[in-house]
Write a protein of this length. Structure first.
Lengths: 317, 92
């Protein structure tokens, strides 16, 4: 070590060396929100779990890693088979990144109106994209992926189906929940997250309630089927994911697109956290819950960073 | 002038299940006015209480985002189509 300790800032702590990007998934930071919580009781703490610290930039790294590792272990990806799945974007980035690291070819089906940034990142990792009708949203991508797999008589594809795959909630049960419990030293009272595949809510709920069944789990969903909260699902008007377990959440909070977008913009200005729209919805839900409390520790999920939504210059389209 | 309006899946139940609706109009704003008569709830999802198109909604005239054309004043000709697509932030 450097003999002159004063030349090294105290923030430089010993960390381990990582064998690959695969092991970098998880252990994301939990950060206290102080700006957007002004006016709340001092005894109400609100924390955001910054899932954009995952190497693929979103919470979806967790599910994708577990899905890939479990499939590899079972031999589902043997003989150079290609992983194919439908995604509204972030799972695609996660599959593409981890597939590159693990040597698994990846093909993704997604609506053509997902953000350009996501398309570009996925292609940079070498994955193929098949576009579905933007008018049909993520359900259109699900239907197209199923059709491609049904027509695949040569067994070229392995279709994990993130909406039906127990490894998706399993990842959160085994990582997200214990991390929150550890980082709050067991003080967490409320957990808030958006409903997409439902993997985050279902898995984290199962994991947290194992530590303490009184922890309240709040699912946030778009208030209508037609919405701009990318990645989230309005269950009543969508194909309900087989992994969705309604009993996993104690409460279901509808959030308007405008409230989700406003919350995302506000937390960037007041807390220096620039997040995506689904994180904004999760925050809007968390603040609604926090305002009802005299005391508590509320944890919400910030799924991804605002960078992922920044549109490219028009000349590129 | 007959304009073909493409309705996204999530809004079809507010349009009596229709995938497309034909409206007589010469601008995109006129299309919304025409839709409003038969399907007020449908337009209620597209236009906010302030009368403006909601921020997350993209309207495309022949596959061009009207934000990059003349907005609701964008003129249309017979046979043109208008698509209503829930937007990703920033436009696409």
């Amino acid at each position: 070590m450097n003999a002159d300790a004063s030349a090294v800032d105290a923030s430089v702590r010993p960390l381990e060396l990582w064998p690959s990007v695969v092991e970098l998934v998880g252990n994301t930071p939990l950060v206290r929100l102080r700006g957007v919580t002004a006016g709340l009781s001092d005894r109400v703490e609100v924390y955001a779990k910054l899932e954009y610290f995952n190497p693929g930039g979103s919470v979806k790294d967790r599910a994708a890693r577990q899905i890939l590792l479990d499939a590899l272990e079972r031999g589902d990806l043997a003989d150079g088979r290609t992983l194919i799945d439908s995604t509204s974007g972030n799972t695609g980035v996660a599959y593409a990144m981890l597939g590159a690291a693990l040597g698994v070819p990846v093909t993704l089906v997604m609506p053509s109106n997902v953000s350009q940034a996501r398309k570009d990142i996925i292609e940079a990792y070498g994955a193929d994209i098949i576009y579905s009708d933007p008018l049909e949203s993520s359900d259109g991508a699900i239907r197209l992926a199923k059709r491609i797999v049904a027509e695949d008589t040569e067994g070229r594809y392995y279709y994990p189906d993130q909406y039906a795959n127990p490894s998706n909630p399993g990842a959160h049960e085994r990582t997200t929940a214990p991390e929150i419990w550890r980082d709050t030293a067991g003080r967490v009272t409320h957990f808030v997250a958006g409903l997409g595949t439902s993997g985050t809510i279902v898995g984290t709920s199962r994991g947290l309630k194992r530590f303490d069944p009184s922890i309240q789990v709040v699912a946030v969903e778009p208030d209508a089927g037609f919405h701009g909260l990318e990645g989230l699902k309005h269950m009543a008007s969508s194909i309900v994911p087989p992994i969705y377990d309604r009993s996993a959440h104690d409460r279901l909070l509808p959030i308007t697109t405008e409230d989700g977008w406003d919350a995302a913009e506000t937390v960037a200005r007041l807390d220096g956290l620039a997040v995506g729209w689904s994180s904004g919805a999760s925050l809007a839900g968390a603040l609604q819950v926090a305002r009802e409390l005299d005391e508590g520790v509320v944890v919400c999920i910030f799924c991804d960073h605002a960078d992922r939504y920044i549109a490219p210059p028009r000349s590129r389209s | 002038m007959a304009i073909l309006v493409r309705i996204p899946t999530a809004l079809r139940k507010l349009a009596s299940g229709a995938e497309t609706i034909e409206v007589e109009a010469s601008t995109v704003g006129g299309v919304l006015d025409g839709l409003r008569e038969a399907h007020p709830d449908l337009v209620g999802q597209i236009v906010g209480t302030d009368g403006k198109v909601r921020r997350f909604v993209n309207l495309f005239a022949n596959d061009e985002d009207i934000r990059f054309l003349d907005g609701l004043e964008t003129t249309l000709e017979s046979g043109d189509d208008v698509s209503i697509v829930p937007a990703i932030a920033g436009g696409r």
